[in-house]
Ligand binder design. Structure first.
Ligand SMILES: C[S@@+](CC[C@H](N)C(=O)[O-])C[C@H]1O[C@@H](n2cnc3c(N)ncnc32)[C@H](O)[C@@H]1O
Length: 277
């Protein structure tokens, strides 16, 4: 608890990230990882393997960008640093430990950006009603044309979490409105990924289940709220909270999918293959 408070006080974070709750959330993820390291490891390894499979499909390797870099637990940073001329790590917050790790690689930089585009709008109090909520805006961290690999690293379903918690505290809305808003935030991220002329590795949870000690699924929710993802390259279970972490009656188990897609832009794709126009 003391360590977490100290981290909150000493982490250099944008004011909006601190105020809206992103820093607190990331510190909580770090604390949970420390407690649940063993049950997270298979998921982290599978995530890294999917990213390496995506790297193998990149024939142009100037720039890789990671959305939701967080604590870099699921990111094979050494592989990315060796494979690409430069690597950009994007998250609302990077803790000091993450920055130290990134500094070991001369071609890796950290950028703090709101990937949903709604955080500052919510904080400025433009949320006067459901029809005036700030619209999700895709990030403009880098000129899109310069990105060769984009990794969305288990961030998609996290994007609505802090905005919804913020709304819950400041502007309680009907569940249906919140549901639509969460979907809009996630859809904007998916649209942004699809528009980039880059190989894309999308890692995302597709189910959150409460699992009893005998393996019975007590409850299951769709964190994508009905949105669909490209067909997966791989998928697996992630025991995010083993028995006893949240409840003695159930563990929380996510189902995670990894989808790898190739660049959509035909002109650039054919240039990459060396085809004549
Ligand atoms: C489950 S973690 C992803 C795990 C991370 N790849 C790792 O290896 O530690 C979700 C990440 O999404 C980030 N995140 C959530 N909402 C965000 C937003 N609006 N903008 C930028 N990052 C966001 C969180 O800060 C967190 O690092």
């Amino acid at each position: 608890m003391l360590l977490e408070a100290l981290t909150w006080l000493t982490t250099p974070a944008p004011q909006w990230a601190r105020q809206a709750g992103y820093l607190k959330e990331l510190i909580a993820i770090q604390a949970r990882y420390r407690r649940c390291r063993d049950s997270w490891e298979p998921h982290l390894q599978a995530s890294r393997a999917a990213i390496i499979a995506a790297v193998d499909r990149c024939d142009r390797r100037h720039h890789a960008i990671v959305y939701g870099s967080g604590l870099l637990l699921d990111i094979p940073l050494d592989t990315l640093s060796r494979a690409f001329a430069r690597v950009t790590l994007v998250d609302a917050v990077h803790l000091r430990s993450t920055r130290r790790l990134a500094r070991q690689f001369t071609n890796v930089r950290c950028a703090e950006t709101d990937l949903s585009g709604v955080a500052v709008g919510l904080l400025l109090g433009t949320a006067k009603g459901a029809d005036q909520l700030p619209r999700p805006i895709a990030p403009t961290v880098e000129p899109p044309k310069e990105i060769d690999l984009v990794i969305s690293a288990n961030v998609l379903t996290q994007l609505p979490v802090t905005p919804l918690q913020y709304l819950d505290r400041h502007l309680p809305l009907p569940a249906d409105d919140l549901d639509l808003y969460a979907r809009a935030i996630m859809q904007a991220h998916l649209d942004h990924l699809a528009q980039l002329d880059a190989v894309c590795c999308l890692l995302a949870e597709t189910e959150v289940a409460h699992v009893a000690p005998d393996g019975t699924i007590l409850e299951s929710t769709d964190p994508l709220r009905g949105l669909s993802l490209p067909s997966p390259h791989d998928s697996w279970h992630w025991t995010v909270a083993p028995l006893g972490e949240v409840s003695r009656n159930y563990a929380i188990r996510n189902h995670v999918a990894a989808a790898i897609s190739m660049p959509q832009c035909s002109e650039s794709a054919s240039n990459r293959r060396g085809a004549s126009p």
